[in-house]
Write a protein that binds this ligand. Sequence first.
Ligand SMILES: Cc1cc2nc3c(=O)[nH]c(=O)nc-3n(C[C@H](O)[C@H](O)[C@H](O)COP(=O)(O)OP(=O)(O)OC[C@H]3O[C@@H](n4cnc5c(N)ncnc54)[C@H](O)[C@@H]3O)c2cc1C
Length: 416
Amino acid sequence: MKNQDEIVVIGGGVIGISTAYYLKKQNLAVTLLEKNTICSGASHGNAGLISCENFIPMAAPGAVKQGLRWLADADSPFSIKPRLDLDLLRWLIQFGAACRKKPMLKTLSVLKRMKEVGSGLFDELMSSHHIECDHDRKGRLVLYKDSAHFEEGIETARFLQEYGINSQILDKTAVREKEPNLTSAVVGGIYYSEYVHVTPDRFVHSLARLVEEQGGILKTKTEVIGFETKGQRISKVITTRGDLYPDQVVLAAGAWSPIVGRDLGLKIPIQPAKGYSITVKRPDSCPGFSLDLADDKVAVTPMGDRLRFSSTLELNGYDLSINRRRIAATRRAVSSYLSGMEDLDLIEIWSGLRPNTPDTLPLIGRSKSFDNLILATGHDMLGMTHSLITGKIVSQIIMNETPVIDLAPFRPERFD
Ligand SMILES: Cc1cc2nc3c(=O)[nH]c(=O)nc-3n(C[C@H](O)[C@H](O)[C@H](O)COP(=O)(O)OP(=O)(O)OC[C@H]3O[C@@H](n4cnc5c(N)ncnc54)[C@H](O)[C@@H]3O)c2cc1C
């Protein structure tokens, strides 16, 4: 069956669904293909922060040194499975280069601009539709047990002030006035007032419903297994449930994008970076804000009637197995900052693969190899935060409109 003039989006995570939403807003014919169910990848169990004020990228000065220190500790929030993998080696070298001060500052400015545009798009979405996603604008409290880390956090907060981000430094007493439920180990905190969070799967499913209401087709259990090309164009998308003949293809398959792109001869510089979350029934002792347990790199997010703890970054390839030792370390970390976090009612222990690029920025734009292929992938630790801006940009590329943001930093081939 021929579906001429249709746009095919590959991937039903927050990026694919946001893209489909903006394409439908432009009244374009959209079919989205998802190999599992909608929101079954990284977008399902993440920490839900959709507007982040501390936009220091992961690739920043000191990251390599800290990473090496963590590698020696099996309970730390970071690991790499030792293996001979040339793609990983290349990625690590490019990551190291992106950690230098000059490229990091460039990335920081891009992330700041993305936050500004993205926050506006989120407000616009929330005011124009009924999106049920437990969204919460109370801000975020960063907590410290280690005084030296607290000092570093204060330095970061002062540095971010130069970028227009205001925060409140809270000493031992003031931090308890803000969040009374802390253990005696907490020495201070920093409050950022403009963080917004949501329950990620509710957010994605609400957007997916809007896409369907507007006539978009969401095909689940439909895996893209290859392509046919004619010259510089993709002529056919081959799936486990039949072939499609799209006019344009958007690749939004998250951490799996390099695998999907392989059949097209593309080398997409993304490493799957596994993270975990533990979701429990909201306890009486639930914190009032989303928290960053800074010394242990654990995010704590109240989500409606639930509470979620997210942590860890493992560069272990596509292995989704759950390391119980790291789950136990996360639970211990939570109890070391917050009282009343024992004997919680577990809902889900989850693992997911972030699609990490070497410089933290996503890959968004037309492929130079295929005229009708657009990449919208590699959203790293910030796929929720950058979902709407990505969808908007892709729709503007397809409509030949001037994009809301300069696309140069997102060029998919910038690492070639
Ligand atoms: C522990 C953790 C905490 C996080 N916290 C935050 C946060 O607080 N804020 C934030 O902004 N970001 C956060 N992130 C990052 C965020 O989750 C990701 O950047 C984002 O979900 C990526 O979205 P995606 O749509 O690109 O990928 P995914 O959600 O993984 O979606 C990709 C989809 O493509 C599908 N697919 C793959 N191959 C094929 C194929 N061949 N055919 C069809 N479909 C295919 C997959 O099944 C999947 O559903 C966190 C991530 C983790 C792991």
